[in-house]
Design a protein around this ligand. Structure first.
Ligand code: PLP
Length: 401
């Protein structure tokens, strides 16, 4: 059976040209970039070029890019690095309720260290309200961290407006742009972004490599100590194959960005319209227009996300759900709950995240298979037999009832 990959928000395949280049930097060009001999120098040059490609992709300068082990580490360095370096100025940080756990759990850690965190709510489309950002600012606020695009529902945040407010108030602005970099145009200078997180494996680079952009002049405290690499912000011998791979992925992403967005958003629009036409009793999650080009997220009433995923998988389709049961937790997504969904509706969510390799035939196949699965699951569901879907009906799954 042909398998269809619809889970590009979770990870993507490494581009063949990226993999080829990486191999070269494991076997032949294996030098340590800190070495002064020719083996080291050729690698140093390549690392610097990769830094340039990553900077180009987001409109930064090369000396503002720090390689990390991925998005999670870059988020940690951004938050803790700014918090500990600017503690004398204040201890207040503003973020949102719908961030990735790399941000939320780091914020919880910082709370234990004496920082005070405001978690902004979002509207029913998962957008932060600008007035809420303004109202949350105090004279102790040192950092605002708002994600560029949400990983579950794809909603884009008002980044430019937040950047303007932060600049006007002299507060650092960080954005976790892991979902957007390589799939959406970003220019950190135009958007007044001081710090930005990106990750290789979300845009056809390798896993275990990412970068933090920190505008020149941002006060940042290193979160680990060592040999001084990455200007001591992230010491340790560089992950050279990863860096080279990330650089190549960034170069390819920049070259193909417009084409990629046009292709993916056309598929998304077809898929969304098809689902809406063929399946009753559904709810679109996320903003109807201000969303990532490849993100489709619906809740199907009277259906459990994990059953849906398993049934799609049997038909060869790999997707994802806002119900985290598969990862061992039975609680529904904090993002969907923050948007005001009931546990039950949150449990019936399906995320399809499209990528550059997906085709119209795959969308057509999905539009044949998905309605059949939904109909079958609903016919078996005890929930759909009751005519009312009680808003607070305890679902069979959650711990928290
Ligand atoms: C994937 C992801 C991360 C984590 O990145 P890793 O490189 O996997 O550590 C952080 N934030 C968002 C929004 C993500 O989608």
């Amino acid at each position: 059976m042909k398998r269809i990959y619809f889970d590009h928000s979770a990870t993507t395949a490494v581009d063949a040209d990226v993999a080829k280049l990486m191999l070269e930097y494991m076997t032949e060009k294996f030098g340590n970039p800190s070495s002064i001999h020719s083996f080291g120098r050729e690698v140093r040059k390549a690392v610097d070029e990769a830094r340039g490609h990553v900077a180009d992709l987001i409109g930064a300068n090369a000396n503002e890019i720090f390689f990390t082990s991925g998005g999670t580490e870059a988020d940690n360095i951004a938050l803790k690095g700014v918090a500990f370096a600017n503690r004398k100025k204040g201890n207040h940080i503003i973020t949102t309720a719908i961030e990735h756990h790399a941000i939320l759990h780091t914020c919880e850690y910082l709370e234990k260290q004496g920082f005070s965190i405001t978690y902004l709510p979002v509207d029913e489309n998962a957008r932060v309200r600008i007035e809420d950002v303004r109202n949350a600012i105090t004279d102790k606020t040192i950092l605002i961290s708002v994600m560029f695009a949400n990983n579950e529902v794809g909603t884009l945040q008002p980044i430019k407006e937040i950047g303007e407010i932060a600049k006007e108030k002299g507060i650092y602005f960080h954005t976790d742009a892991v979902q957007a970099v390589g799939s959406y145009p970003i220019n950190v200078k135009e958007l007044n972004i001081d710090l930005l997180t990106l990750s290789g494996h979300k845009f056809h680079g390798p896993k275990g490599i990412g970068a933090l952009y920190a505008r020149r002049g941002v006060r940042l405290e290193a979160q680990q100590q060592g040999g001084g690499q990455e200007r001591s912000i992230r010491p340790g011998t560089e992950n050279v194959p990863g860096i080279i791979g990330l650089g190549k992925a960034a170069e390819i992403a920049k070259r193909d960005l417009e084409k990629k967005i046009a292709h993916i958003s056309a598929l998304r629009d077809k898929l969304m319209a098809g689902i809406q036409a063929k399946i009753p009793d559904i709810k679109l999650n996320g903003h109807p227009t201000l969303r990532m080009p490849g993100n489709v997220n619906f809740s199907f009433r009277f259906v459990e996300g994990e059953s849906l995923l398993l049934n799609l998988d049997l038909k060869g389709i790999a997707a994802s759900s806002g119900s985290a049961c598969t990862s061992g937790s039975l609680d529904p997504s904090h993002v969907l709950l923050a948007m005001g969904l009931t546990h039950e509706v949150a449990h019936g969510s399906l995320r399809i995240s499209l990528g550059r390799g997906n085709t119209e035939e795959e969308i057509d196949y999905c539009l044949t298979v998905l309605p059949e699965i939904i109909e079958r699951l609903r016919s078996m569901s005890p929930l759909s037999n009751s005519s009312t879907m009680a808003e607070n009906n305890p679902c069979s799954h959650c711990h928290k009832h």
